[in-house]
Write a protein of this length. Sequence first.
Length: 774
Amino acid sequence: MNGEAGIARQVSTAPGSPARTQRMTQQPRQFDTADPVQCAGPAGTPLLLGCILILASLQRVVEDQAAAQEAAVPLLEHPAKSAGKAYARALGLRAVFRRLPLARLDPERLPLAFRTGDGGWRVLARLTEEHALVLAPGEQSPVALSPAELAGIWSGEVLEVRGSGTTRQALRPFDITWFIPEFLRYRGLAIEVMAASAMLELMALLMPLFFQVVMDKVIFYQAGSTLDVLVTVLVLVAVLEVLLKCVRQYIASQTTTRIDARLGARLFDRLMDLPISYFQSRSTGMTVMRLRELDTIREFLSGAANTLLIDLGFTLIFFAVMYLYSPLLTAIVAASVPCYFTLAYLTTPRLQRRIEEMFRDGAINNAFLTETLTGVETVKALALEPQLIRRWESQTQNFVTSNFLVQRLMQVSGSLVAAIQRITLVLVLWVGARMVIGLELSIGQLIAFNMMAAHVSEPITRLAELWRDYVQARVSIDRLGDVLDTPAERSDTQPGLPEKLGGGITFEAVRFAYAPHRPPVLEDFSLDIPAGSMVAFVGASGSGKSTVARLIQKLYLPSAGRIRLDGIDLAGVDAVALRKRMSVVLQENYLFNRSVRENIALRDPAALLDQVIGAARLAGAHEFILELKDGYDTVLAEGGASLSGGQRQRIAIARAVLNDPAVLILDEATSALDDESQERVKQGLERIRAGRTVIMIAHRLSTVRDCDRIFVLDNGRIVEAGSPRALLAHGGAYARLCRLQTGETGRARDTSSAAPRQTLTLGRMSAAIGRAEG
């Protein structure tokens, strides 16, 4: 049963439910998301739970759909929100309900669930300028809606599910409160910052008192000697104030730098722990842009935020002293405070919207630039420069415009803050001067009060400015939260693997689909690969060959069934520990900007040169490496661009065999090799296959003739399995593929001069097919 549909269906069978009573008198029916009667009240609960199951399946946290459905049954009669939170906890997730206008929705945060205007719940899977993909529980495929149609059913209430961990830190989402325990970790430094801030505030309180004494006492009594003493004290206080500010800034910067380093390390660690699906659903540029948001958070924390608490605390002390001078003047200053907060309240929503637009435009630019530089060879080959330049100019204009709108809004709000501050001081001066004329205040008291009023307004105006910075930092935190709140694919609590592995692999009724609403790539897939054997998967493109390899590596997780390695269920094995015991050679392998030796010894930097050379010999790479400028010490260009495709492939194969893996997966590994290099690799594989399992995925059938067993896949199912000789004799799908490939290559040989090795290989294959058919 489809998991999402199951929950919607189960409400009709829940004990005591209205739907169950209704079944006694009429035919059962499915819940219709367009029917407000069915979606209102508790009846909307199964739709919400179905949406949570869809979101959980997209995050690959549901291993048993039937068990997940059973967990929802006791919650069907509860109110939607409480049931949703409880169900998310049961699935190991955290449900977050919030209000979100459609105009502020970031497509990068999808998928999420949203409540429709009639009280139902649906999943928004994708959103572009042209259409939105919406999926309702119980439906097999999403529905494409126009933006106007989506706006018509959007209520503004959304649900996001976030990953949950075993530690308290992992149980809460990443937000500004994450930094509180980090600051407490360095509470000694924080106390020093607060002490320095307190001393500075005391000095700021002394300065007006000194000026009052000078104006009212020293000048009036013409006490020159007293003036000299006071000026000397003021100079010393000023010097001490400068020193304290420097010390405070140094300690604050040191604290935020340490926190920044910890967050940066944690961020990269989490990035490496994310499942492959995260990177497949986001562009490289978008991910890099998110990591750069760490700079914005650091600037916010290292700015006025770290001393504002002390400054605001002393503001109350200043108000108390000012009240002793004049309650009326103090009331004027206090009346200006709500004006600052009102201004911040009015500008914050628009500012946040503008900042989000600026981030989105900047991320689009960054993604476009990364993609263009990565594919610059294709750009040059297709002469796409004019087209891309026009697109870059258009996108840059969008970013400049959004940045201008942010800066203009910040400048306007800053000017209004300054205007409030000046108007307040003018009113204080006007009323205070009249009080001096009326002998209610002395001139020294008025000057001292003005100095204290100006000092009081500083932390308040800084608070208004800090609120704008916080809005920008909050957007950055949301972007970083997309990385830090995504469930990791590995857990330190998962067990590893035994020291020695045979390499036997078993698939037991495995089902896999890229998304719950998409058709399965593998369905009821079962097979057994004996330890130490060499097997191959062949078939047409899209038949599921590479998917099998990714499932073995836990790059993908099955939605049903079990995969076992030497009888151990991989669902309970740490993904990183598993991949350390395997080696994979892909069709396209990335070589780093390091020496050849470092690239081969990437997984074992301590490997001896003899070991590296031995691996290179097995891969047929030793000879061409010696011909390079510095041999094994030759530094390669980024991505191995300085080598040919075949040379890159042979280095990748050498890298794979160096660490003596229990399982070696060759995913079209020899597709870029010429026949001579392929034969060398083949001979090397014959030497290294002993004691390990070798899995080959190939289109060139000449590379799999020596395999113990071949699995022929078609539409995610095994249609044939057996030895190459037996499959040729059977005359089925494998033999048909051989005939097609031989015929195509034969025609190519008729029109061009084929290599002697290729002619010999194809001749042998044709003879074998002929014998099999005879």
